[in-house]
Write a protein that binds this ligand. Structure first.
Ligand code: FEO
Length: 135
């Protein structure tokens, strides 16, 4: 069973952003599977590396869209993104140092961060952009 199941209530009603969020959900589920199936440290790190790269891409895409439409809360939103990136980097470093016990904590963090962020912060800009016709 997947760690996170996409729910239509997570939609921000912007096709490309929903697609990127779904990909993030899929990547976190893949990470969950790799860890639970007992894959080697290198395989797990490789998945985290891909997740970090895609997360960077998503945040950058989202922030560019918000900048393009003069979203007033952009810097606050960007701060949430940066905090998440720092946290993932921290988990990655700890795992590289051999602290495998962090896996559960990391997965729990990723799951709750993504869902909470989409359902609170992303939904705030969604209303704003949707009202401007961005869908
Ligand atoms: Fe979809 Fe603000 O991350």
């Amino acid at each position: 069973m997947a760690l996170i199941s996409w729910d239509t209530s997570y939609s921000v009603n912007i096709k490309e952003i929903d697609s990127q969020h779904k990909k993030l959900v899929a990547m976190i589920n893949t990470l969950y599977d790799k860890i639970n199936e007992g894959h080697k440290k290198e395989a797990v790190e490789s998945v985290i590396d891909e997740l970090v790269k895609y997360t960077f891409y998503h945040f950058s895409f989202e922030e560019s869209l918000l900048a393009k439409h003069s979203y007033a809360e952009l810097s606050k939103h960007s701060k949430f993104h940066n905090e998440m990136i720092e946290k993932i980097k921290f988990f990655m470093l700890q795992l590289q140092r051999g602290d495998q016990d962090l896996s559960d904590e990391m997965l729990s963090y990723l799951k709750s961060w993504l869902i909470n962020h989409i359902c609170t912060e992303d939904k705030k800009y969604a209303d704003y952009l949707n009202a401007k016709g961005v869908k």
